[in-house]
Design a binder for this molecule. Sequence first.
Ligand code: SAH
Ligand code: SF4
Ligand code: F3S
Length: 466
Amino acid sequence: MAYKRVEVPAAELERQREICAKIREGLGGARPLAFVDTYGCQQNEADSEALRGYIELMGFGFTEDENEAELIVVNTCAVRGHAEMRVLGNVGALVHAKARNPRLIVAVCGCMVQQPHMAEKIKNSFRVVDLCFGPHELWRFPELYERAARRRGRVFEVSPCEGVVAEGLPVHRQGSVKAWLSVMYGCNNFCTYCIVPYVRGRERSREPEAVLREFESLVRQGYKDITLLGQNVNSYGNDLGGKCDFPDLLRKINDIPGDFWVRFMTSHPKDATKKLFDTMAECEKVCTSIHLPVQAGSDRVLQDMNRRYTAEKYLSLVDYARKLMPDLTITSDIIVGFPGETDEEFESSLAFVRKVGFARAHVFAYSRRPGTRAYDMGDQLTNAVKEARSHEMIRVTTATQQAFFKAQIGRTEEVLFEREIQKGVWEGYSMNYTPVAVASDTSLAGEIRSVRIESCTDTHCMGAVL
Ligand code: SAH
Ligand code: SF4
Ligand code: F3S
């Protein structure tokens, strides 16, 4: 692919920080509030943390109440039509907040607005929006905000772009125990149903040194459960001239001193290698869980999805990995109702899910995305068929999840606790990504404890702290 990796010059990023400082000075000691509303995947969550980093430098505080905010940023997702409808509904409703506070600035960013038809729609039909920018412009948010705040017209920055790498953005993280860390951006795979490669640009990896520096700083700050992000982490380093692939990166991270767990997502089965699983098995800080979306169990459907593996190849990966790591947790994504999916093909997806016995799987009804190849495929299925198949698939994934939970009973697991879900009940995840709940009168937030799993509910393994 003739894509050339572009890094944003450090001086440009410095200029953005200077703009933040100028905005902060202009506030004259006031501390207005901003609301950053995020849709979509972890990549978007990570992007919102960088936006918050900038917004904090601009002198703002944060709120989740749109009526208190002077700035609302809606970071959008385009992966399914449903997500887009929700965003449009919520953005439209901001006219009330704007009527109450005419100074309010409304920004809409992220994957949805990188689609030209959506940017156009917002321009024409959502006058409440002052600023609109795609994922490739995020690094220059301060400059765009400043332009919008001058109010000489609405600002739209959504030109086509193959993507850049911006190092050293300020990051305001939400949690203090779990953290996201992007190791690469974009996607080259063009699965025929998927909008992501169109809106997120080409694959580009961060330099390993930059990733390691950020990781070390997270460990120093006390983060204990760090997830490396990329649309397909298994192609990490393909653009770095062979000096460091993803397993190499995992090994370097595992060598960082400190008490932490490292996870990663997402892995594309076509690029998952024995080296990846060997490395996971050998590195004690790398969690024994993997999210490996299969999407479908029928080879014909997989081929039309352009996934470039067969059900057989997927099973052989699972087989290899489970032999090395008997406790490995495998989670997945499944799409039902892809164009032309017959009853038999759907049945083979159901059988496949039972056969692998996923610990958890997200089930998605196929959503037709304008501009993708599957959009123009014949034999699009009706909503009724897609819904019925979703229900049936969810029944099966719920059953495999229950079987997985039951198999945990009697085991002792290290659990990192996060929050109180009911009075006196604390929830966390084990290293192998099992949701665990225990009773405790004292706070367990941020603590890693050994827990003996004793029973399970529909949603959790229940246990007792040892
Ligand atoms: N890069 C990741 C996933 C990104 S999108 C990967 O390859 O696994 C997350 C999930 O959304 C996908 O795994 C897929 O199951 C689902 N998805 C993507 N496009 C979709 C569409 N058009 N309709 C329904 N589900 C979709
Ligand atoms: Fe979409 Fe496929 Fe890329 Fe994942 S690998 S982001 S599903 S095109
Ligand atoms: Fe959605 Fe963009 Fe993520 S389309 S799933 S927010 S990469």
